[in-house]
Design a protein. Sequence first.
Length: 255
Amino acid sequence: MRALPLLIALAATAPALAEEAAIAPHRAIYAMTDESGSQTGRMEVELLGDACRGYAMLRRLEIDNDFGKVVRTSATWESADGSAYSFNDTLEQDGTEIKRFRGKAERENDATIVRIVAPEEQKAKLPANVLFPISRTKALRSAIDTSGPGAIMKSMQAYLGAPGFGTKAAQVSTIVQPRRPDPGDLGALQGLKSWYTREAFFIGEAFHDGGPSFEMKATEFENGVVAGFEVIEGNRISRGRIEKLEILPSQPCKG
């Protein structure tokens, strides 16, 4: 079912490559299409929070397919210092909940402890250097700022708290390339720095066994907005293109 890798990928790249002080709370709606260009549904993403209180994200993906109407909703929260991460993911088919994935991950001494409470209780110990989604974004942006102009490559371990990962971390290899301004960008994105990214996600032992579990291409802006993305899973491709963007009011971070 296409909804699964799409939400994994969105968890991996949201927010986009923003400096922490420049992350803009926002609400975005994406039109979803398949490899043929046929519309398959829509994605809504909302980012709230700041560098003092942490970041909350809500994603809602609606897909119409042979199984009927599939809705996947994902809510996450990451602490400002990147030491704690909680996640709650539900899958509905024609209005009936059929799956739930919920848990949290925290830094504890020299490790990252993942605790899953649904669909069944699980606990795992991951390395202390495993990053959560927004912490990984910050690390990528720091690498961009210190490397100077031109493309960069970076590989990091991440835990995304998404179905398909369970308690496993992913090795994420990223290529970032600067992008020129485009007159076709939405008004709120005009004049902002942006990048093309391509990422390969290796879940669990996939890094040693061969090709990536899935790949993702995206156009990302310095205020944290992802303007478009493409998820590649084997021979299948799913695309999202931003149609509507609302920059939300932000509160001053008082430390």
